[in-house]
Design a protein around this ligand. Structure first.
Ligand code: AMP
Ligand code: MG
Length: 352
C-alpha cells in the first residue's frame, strides 16, 4: 500500500510539474481493486464521461478480480480444484483468453513465466493476502513439487473444456492478470471515445494519447523499495505499457533471510539477486508477463528471454544496484541519480 501511495505521489508530481495553467483539464480518480489502488488519470475529458468511465472500469475490475482470484472462492478456484481431481472442467469465458495467451508467453519464456505453478506458490505461502510467517517449506517438499513439474503444456483446451495431464497444475495468473486488466481498461476508455488517459495499477500502467500535446511522463519506482524516492522517469507515447516486477513488493522473511514471491519454476525456489525489472511494451499483459519472466531469468539470461518474448525495451536492476539495459530502454529512461554501474546490452543490436 505504501508503494501505491508513493507511486500516486510520483505520478502526481510528474504530471503536475509541467502543468501550470491547464491543470483544470487534468483529473485523477482512484479505485481500490486487485489489492492495490488503481489510478485513472484523464486529460481534457468532461466530468460526466469521466464518471461513467470510472464506474464501468471499476465494475470490469471487480468482475476480473472475482473470476481470476486463485484462492478466494470463485471460478478459478473451482477450475483448479477440478484439475487437481484430474477432471475436465469448463473454463469461464473470461479465463479462456488468459489461458491461451499465457500458455504462449510461458512457452516463449522457456517456462520461466509459468502460470501453472499455483501449487508451488501455495507451498511457499504466497497464495494469501497476509505475509507468510515461519520457516520456508522443506527441501523434500520442494523436491516432490519439482518431480511433478506442472507446466502450461500439460493443459489441453478443447472449446471451453480444460483438461490437465498433470494434476499438479494449478493456475495462478498473478504475474500477468494485472497487465491484462489494464489493457481491458484502456480498451474500454477508447470505446468511450477517451483519447488521453493513464491507467495506473499500483505503479504498473499503460498510457494513451498525451497531456496537452506532450507525451505523458511517468515515474519508475525505486528497485530497493526506497519509496519516497523517485528512481527514474520516462515519457510514454503510443499507448505503451510500463510494468515493473520487484522483490520488494511481496516476500517472506525467516531468520534474516528474505524470500521473494517470484519463484523459479526450474528449482522451486524464490529468485534472488534481482531487485527489479521494468519492461515497456505496447501490450500491458505482455509487459507484465515479461517483467516477471526477466526477474526469473536474472542477469545471465534476461536478454535472451526478452528477445524470445519479443521485447526490446527492458531494464534489470540487480541486488547490488547494477543496472542492465537494452539500448532502446537507455534512450528512454531518465535516472534521478545516475546508477553506479550501468551495463548496456549488445544483444539487442538488431530489432527483435
Ligand atoms: P509480478 O508482480 O507481475 O512479477 O507477479 C508476481 C506474482 O506472480 C507472484 O506474486 C506470484 O503470484 C506469481 N509468480 C511468481 N513466480 C512466477 C513465475 N515464475 N511464473 C508465473 N507467475 C509467477
Ligand atoms: Mg508480471
Amino acid at each position: 500500500m505504501r508503494k501505491s501511495i508513493c507511486t500516486l505521489f510520483c505520478l502526481a508530481l510528474l504530471v503536475a510539474c509541467s502543468d501550470g495553467k491547464d491543470s483544470a483539464k487534468l483529473h485523477t480518480s482512484q479505485i481500490f481493486v486487485f489489492g492495490t489502488l488503481v489510478d485513472i488519470t484523464f486529460w481534457d475529458v468532461d466530468e460526466a464521461l469521466r464518471s461513467q468511465a470510472v464506474a464501468e472500469i471499476s465494475r470490469d475490475f471487480q468482475r476480473m478480480h472475482y473470476e481470476w482470484h486463485p484462492w478466494n472462492p470463485g471460478p478459478l478456484l473451482s477450475l483448479n480444484q477440478a484439475l487437481a481431481r484430474g477432471e475436465p472442467a469448463e473454463a469461464p469465458d473470461s479465463l479462456i483468453p488468459l489461458i491461451i495467451q499465457s500458455r504462449e508467453l510461458s512457452s516463449q519464456s522457456g517456462g520461466l513465466f509459468n502460470p501453472a505453478i499455483g501449487s508451488l506458490l501455495q507451498l511457499w505461502g504466497f497464495q494469501s493476502s497476509e505475509r507468510p510467517q515461519g520457516p520456508p517449506p522443506s527441501a523434500e517438499m520442494i523436491a516432490a513439487w519439482r518431480r511433478q513439474a506442472p507446466a502450461m503444456t500439460d493443459l489441453e483446451l478443447d472449446g471451453r473444456v480444460l483438461r490437465s495431464r498433470n494434476p499438479a497444475v494449478q493456475l495462478d495468473f498473478g504475474a500477468y492478470a494485472k497487465g491484462y486488466a489494464v489493457d481491458v481498461a484502456i480498451a474500454h476508455l477508447q470505446q468511450l471515445g477517451i483519447a488521453n488517459a493513464i491507467v495506473n495499477a499500483g505503479g504498473d500502467l499503460r498510457a494513451i494519447g498525451s497531456k496537452d500535446g506532450q507525451p505523458w511522463r511517468i515515474g519508475i519506482q525505486h528497485p530497493q523499495g526506497e519509496q519516497e524516492k523517485l528512481y527514474a522517469w520516462l515519457a510514454v507515447t503510443a499507448g505503451e505499457a510500463v510494468f515493473t516486477s520487484g522483490n520488494y513488493r511481496r516476500y517472506r522473511e525467516d531468520q534474516g533471510v528474505r524470500y521473494s514471491h517470484i519463484l523459479d519454476p526450474r528449482t522451486g525456489m524464490p529468485v534472488d539477486g534481482v531487485s527489479s525489472v521494468t519492461v515497456i511494451h505496447h501490450n500491458g499483459a505482455i509487459a507484465d508477463a515479461v517483467a516477471t519472466a526477466l526477474v526469473v531469468a536474472g542477469p545471465e539470461q534476461w536478454e535472451a528471454t526478452a528477445l524470445a518474448m519479443g521485447v526490446d525495451q527492458a531494464m534489470l536492476v540487480d541486488d547490488r544496484g547494477v543496472v542492465y539495459m537494452s539500448p532502446k530502454m537507455q534512450q528512454r529512461v531518465h535516472f534521478q541519480d545516475a546508477p553506479a554501474v550501468l551495463q548496456i546490452s549488445e544483444a539487442f543490436a538488431e530489432d527483435p
